[in-house]
Design a protein around this ligand. Structure first.
Ligand code: GTP
Length: 211
């Protein structure tokens, strides 16, 4: 299994479900993953997503996400950046059995990551369609997508999945929840460090003024 940058499980309780945006090329399996994480016994009946689907999912007692599944069609992709603004995390779905489109998927992923709107949010990559005989192994998908070149600003994790069998989805969402908690704790620490430094600086200025 591919490692994320760090693993850490801060004990913070969050009141609202995490806001997650799920992206990836058309037909990679986003909608199948969304419905499979909402209903364990879901039986397939999918039409291509016109623009987006949104569902609040609770794959286990302690996990709650509001997931936006945005169409991967070429004419919708320029809108992805607008959807990721304010997101707690991104899920990027890749069809592991479609060798021909892996470069296209990589290009879209790196375009997305380079946009300011994503703002360091963690990224979960689902290497989907692992049930198909020609699917690339997770380690190959990692190499083909050059995931190790992702900016160190992002926590990321690659999880092999099969939306058809329902394999790997809950495991991936659990890691995602840990990464979001870690990211939020890092931001909080950074802000409080900055506040303390500012306070210390303003105190020393006022002492200097008195002297
Ligand atoms: P867009 O709505 O066009 O962006 O596509 P999407 O990424 O939402 O893909 P969707 O979930 O509609 O799945 C596309 C096709 O792939 C469907 O026929 C699914 O049944 C199939 N599919 C999705 N996940 C899997 C999987 O894990 N294994 C297999 N064998 N087929 C899958």
């Amino acid at each position: 299994m591919i490692v994320s940058v760090r693993r850490f499980r801060p004990r913070i309780k969050f009141r609202r479900p995490f806001h997650v945006v799920m992206l990836g090329l058309d037909k990679s399996g986003k909608t199948a993953i969304l419905y499979r994480s909402k209903w364990k016994d879901w039986k397939e009946r999918i039409v291509p997503t016109p623009v987006f689907n949104v569902e609040t999912v609770r794959p286990s007692k302690d996990l709650r996400f509001k997931i936006w599944d945005v169409s991967g069609k070429e004419h919708i992709r320029p809108l992805w950046k607008a959807y990721v603004r304010q997101a707690d995390a991104i899920i990027f779905v890749v069809d592991s059995a479609n060798e021909e489109r892996i470069d296209e998927a990589k290009e879209e992923l790196f375009n997305l990551v380079s946009s300011a709107q994503i703002n360091g949010a963690p990224i979960l990559i689902f290497a989907n369609k692992q049930d198909l005989p020609n699917a690339s192994a997770p380690v190959e998908v990692t190499t083909k997508l050059s995931l190790h070149n992702l900016s160190s600003r992002h926590l990321w994790y690659l999880q092999p999945t099969s939306a058809v069998l329902g394999d790997g989805i809950v495991e991936g969402l659990r890691v995602l929840s840990d990464m979001i908690a870690q990211w939020k704790a890092d931001i909080k620490n950074l802000k409080s460090g900055r506040r303390k430094r500012k306070l210390a600086a303003s105190r020393s200025n006022s002492v200097n003024n008195i002297l």
